[in-house]
Design a protein around this ligand. Structure first.
Ligand code: MTE
Length: 318
């Protein structure tokens, strides 16, 4: 199979930015009233394999290619990794959607910044939101194509004015044992922590997602706001963020601490660099039967490869 060219999907947000969503006054009033956008997704559910208007806007595939088709809403929201709830993907989705309270919610942004702030989620939802359709590649060997709603993380970081000695960004997920039964599993070093180098965090592809499929983000996918870094393995994209700190030293992440040397800080997707216990050469697209080749930087190499000098250095992919 001819690999999917990144240009088939990454320009889609440029196309989609013409349809930028403003969570303007009407939506803001709705959010104030019920805390979230409507939850009923039927209007946007696409049968698996059906062509979407966005898919049709991309170049027609040749007979040997297959376009990226959005993963069905039910799979995106019902088959998740959210270890704070359960190691079982379907149970985690049910538990999160049943019990995670996403309003009220605040995010503390501080560390090495001029203007540390505590943002109320309502303030964040007033930032201009846009739709981005991204591939997500889990290190476990499966992938999805997900239409997120959100805004570039750089938008938030600019508000707090990082200091010149800030080199990395450290993110933290809520850890509330009252709501998250998985936290009882003490084999893991809670809370879930992730990190990016500052230039990765400021990259235009790096998104804070607040919605999915045109609707508010489901708790199972990390409501009310999560990170999305599409060129890295999915575990970098942490959910339900409560704290963001600008720091000088590279943070130790949840998976670095938990994974006995199996997961590194960079975690950039590369089909040629296997995980210690399995190959990363191909992936199972959820909702499709055959495996497809995995792409360097998950297909976003044109946009991000220059963030990483000397790509022969395998550490970037670990
Ligand atoms: N964030 C938190 N807080 N807890 C998690 O267990 N799992 C990660 C990531 N973010 C995880 C998390 C992993 S391994 C993946 S692949 C993606 O979320 C999956 O995102 P999804 O469940 O929305 O598809």
């Amino acid at each position: 199979m001819v690999p999917i060219r990144p240009s088939e999907i990454t320009p889609e947000h440029i196309y989609l930015s013409r349809r930028k969503f403003m969570l303007g006054l009407g939506a803001a009033a709705l959010l104030a009233a019920c805390g979230r956008l409507p939850d009923t997704p039927e209007a946007t559910v696409m049968p698996e394999g059906a062509a979407t208007s966005e898919a049709l806007s991309t170049p027609r595939p040749t007979p040997t290619q297959k376009p990226d088709i959005k993963t069905a809403f039910d799979a995106v929201t019902g088959y998740v990794n959210y270890y704070e709830f359960s190691l079982d993907k379907e149970a985690a989705a049910i538990l999160a959607n049943e019990s995670l309270q996403v309003s009220p919610w605040t995010v503390t942004v501080g560390g090495l910044v001029n203007k540390p702030r505590v943002f109320d989620i309502e303030e964040i939802l007033k930032f201009e939101q846009e739709e981005r359709v991204y591939r997500m590649r889990c290190v476990e060997g499966w992938s999805m194509v997900i239409p997120w709603l959100g805004f570039p993380l750089s938008r938030l970081l600019k508000e707090v004015e990082p200091l010149s000695n800030a080199k990395y960004v450290r993110f933290q997920t809520l850890a509330d044992p009252e709501q998250m039964p998985g936290l009882g599993d003490m084999t893991f070093p809670w809370p879930y922590i992730e990190g990016l180098r500052l230039d990765e965090a400021m990259h235009d592809l790096t998104l804070i997602a607040t919605g999915i499929y045109g609707w508010s983000l489901r708790p199972s996918n990390g409501a009310p706001l999560r990170l999305v870094v599409p060129w890295k393995y999915g575990f970098k994209s942490l959910k339900s963020i409560v704290r963001i700190d600008l720091v000088e030293e590279q943070p130790t992440t949840f998976w670095m601490a938990a994974g006995a040397g199996e997961y590194g800080f960079w975690a950039n997707v590369n089909p040629e660099v296997p995980h210690r216990r399995w190959s990363q050469a191909n992936e199972r697209r959820i909702g499709e039967t055959r495996r497809i080749p995995t792409l360097l930087f998950n297909g976003y190499a044109d946009e991000v490869a220059d963030l990483y000098p000397d790509l022969t250095n395998k550490d970037w992919f670990f």
